[in-house]
Design a binder for this molecule. Structure first.
Ligand code: FMN
Length: 320
């Protein structure tokens, strides 16, 4: 998610959910090729498995960007066919690609030919504007699957390209999970991941009865502890308290500080950890106010944890 799932965010989410597949922000193929790769493709070894999401619609550029992404260590290259913003529409990529299955197929084929084996996947909508035509959606998937895409992340609503902001486009067009489920039934060989409006552990688990996976966007960011509970529910292990998970970030955070990264770049992703918990507001406040101050360091995070009433940390907890 743009401006959210940078490497600092993904490292935190990995600690919470050791088995989840994580996704980068969308990066345009041109930016991958010509931009500041050290920043745009920054990746920490703990993040795996992690996908790079590309934006674009020129097969040759996407192929080049996919190859670069794989060489940087990403485990999957995902093509965005779901973003409805004006900027994206002007560039003729994102959700408007739902109407150009042939171009998406050519792009996917070029990307697959360019990489050395990582999967090339697609994140899409059900359609754009007032297309509510199952056969058209299925034809999109079939065309792209014929080019070699085996996994589709389906944001299970339409994108309305005229008259809605990107935010409204994540809320107003009605969700139709039944289409994602039906895709899995009719094309069982494809991996179908459901996305859109999944807010709780139970909702995420319920989707797994009908699809291969559930992708959480806003809930994972605003209430990241749900990722931890989901990971434990699916893969076992102990549910760890929030403060223990957070303290496991300490060596990483201190390493970032040592290489000159300001604390705020990491802590902005931590703010939701105590959402709805006693002390959650003050946790957020301590972190968001203090992290901007020059010289802010790990002791600020400890103050924020203390403000929630959690026990003081032990050396063992920090090392866990
Ligand atoms: C701030 C923000 C940035 C987003 N950026 C991207 C993006 O870069 N690529 C993408 O495929 N979807 C992006 N999305 C959409 C989400 O991935 C997701 O499809 C959408 O929010 C619906 O899922 P949710 O209800 O779980 O959030 C973004 C959403 C938000 C809120």
């Amino acid at each position: 998610m743009m401006d959210w799932t940078d490497t600092f965010c993904r490292v935190f989410h990995r600690l919470l959910a050791p088995h989840a597949r994580l996704y980068s922000e969308m990066v345009h193929a041109n930016a991958v090729i010509h931009g500041d790769r050290a920043r745009l493709l920054a990746l920490d070894p703990v993040e795996h498995p992690v996908a790079l999401q590309l934006g674009g619609s020129e097969p040759a550029l996407l192929a080049q960007a996919a190859r670069i992404g794989e060489a940087h260590g990403f485990d999957e290259i995902n093509l965005n066919c779901g973003c409805p913003s004006d900027r994206v529409q002007a560039g003729r990529f994102g959700a408007c690609l739902m109407r150009e299955p042939g171009l998406v197929a050519d792009s996917v084929a070029a990307m697959i030919a360019a990489v050395d084996g990582v999967p090339v996947t697609v994140k899409c909508r059900l359609g754009v504007d007032d297309d509510h035509d199952w056969d058209r959606f299925l034809a999109f998937v079939d065309t792209v699957a014929a080019a070699g895409c085996r996994m589709f992340v389906v944001h299970a609503r339409n994108a309305w390209l005229k008259g809605l902001s990107p935010k409204e486009n994540r809320e107003v067009p009605p969700l139709r999970y039944d289409w994602a489920y039906r895709l899995k039934l009719e094309r069982p060989a494809l991996q179908v991941i459901v996305n859109g409006g999944i807010a709780t552990l139970d909702e995420a688990l319920a989707h797994l009865d009908h699809a291969d996976g559930a992708m959480l966007g806003r809930a994972a960011y605003h209430d990241p502890y749900v990722l931890h509970r989901l990971d434990v529910a699916m893969f076992g292990g102990e549910v760890r308290p929030r403060h223990a998970l957070l303290r496991a970030m300490r060596p990483y955070v201190e390493a970032q500080l040592a290489r000159g990264v300001a604390l705020k770049h990491v802590t902005r992703h931590l703010l939701g950890l105590y959402l709805g918990q006693p002390g959650g507001r003050v946790f957020r406040q301590v972190l968001s106010e203090g992290a901007h101050r020059p010289g802010a360091d790990w002791s600020l995070v400890e103050r924020a944890i203390a403000a929630t009433g959690a026990p003081a940390g032990s050396a063992m907890e920090a090392a866990a």
